[in-house]
Ligand binder design. Sequence first.
Ligand SMILES: *Cc1c(COP(=O)(O)O)cnc(C)c1O
Length: 370
Amino acid sequence: MAHHPTRVVVNLQAVRDNVRTLRVRLGPRTAIMAVVKANAYGHGDLAVARAALEAGATWCGVATLEEAIRLREGGIKASLLVMGYTPPAAVAEVLHYNVRITLFSLADAAAFARFAQASQKPIRAHIKLDTGMGRLGFLPTEAPAALEALRQQPGLVIEGAFTHLCCAESDPDFSRHQIAQFDVLTRHLGLPWRHACNSAGALSYPEGRFDMVRVGLVTYGLSPWGAQPPAEMMEGFRPALSLRTRIVSLKTLPDGAGVGYGARYRCAGERRIAVIPIGYGDGFRRAPTHFGEVLVRGQRAPVVGSVCMDQSMLDVTHIADVQVGDEVVVIGEQGFDCITAEEVAARLGTINYEVVTALSARPRREYVSL
Ligand SMILES: *Cc1c(COP(=O)(O)O)cnc(C)c1O
């Protein structure tokens, strides 16, 4: 039984609605791969994968083989692509769990192929091309020879090729250049699955949709453009995640009293200080900057003193009628106010992707459909 007040509440109806909104924007022909790596960006991989598949996604994308195996063991039957590195030593699991791998090295490909031939079961793979990300993939100069060699390699079934946009939300010219380059390199191959677009790309570049898009962030209702998306771009998407806790202790401290480790905060006058059972052990970051403020009774309460591993303190002097047990919203809506992941990202000097993904495993995921 889970009674601890700190939890990540995930609205699976928002996930389903976001996938359906995407479907409308894409039209009927482009398949949707729900990207659920890193525990579905902190939202909980199995629940999100099931919701996205119910709403029309047909693939799930992950970063590691372990993540794919978690999905399979959890009963997910959809096609799974490991988009990152898979060690050839894990080839038996790749076959056993029927997972598609990404190939970007001829040496690894040969190692996979040897085992596949020996066991008489083909490895299904997508080839990664680097059109500008500078990360995984064959460069355009190497791509034609690599594609040819891998397609000839017995033991491998090359069912797709893909690339990744590095600046989909910020540089349309370069993104279109990447898409065109990918198209030229792969168009004549007759591969069933060509894919290039992440969330921002899928919404921005119809010519880059090919057979499938790989969408993470917008599935969760978060904006790849941060707090200022281009007009109407995020219409129909809403955040699925909120982070909630409760006040577990409330006290009045006198003028000059210290709060927390190092007594870094000192009360200026008598202050009402509330304690919430959330800290950096939950992903409620301590330094170099913390979340700054949270919602109590629909109003903003500043975090005071250093954030501890399991607890943090709020100044609620200015909020009327605060009680032990009051709900505290760290990310999400309360009353007429809302703290978005984008707002937190701006405070922490990062992006909304990291805000939600950095929530730790400790706060339980609670699923609702609203
Ligand atoms: C994470 C990832 C995605 C999803 O990106 P979003 O911006 O969250 O949609 C797509 N493709 C690859 C290769 C990725 O690593």
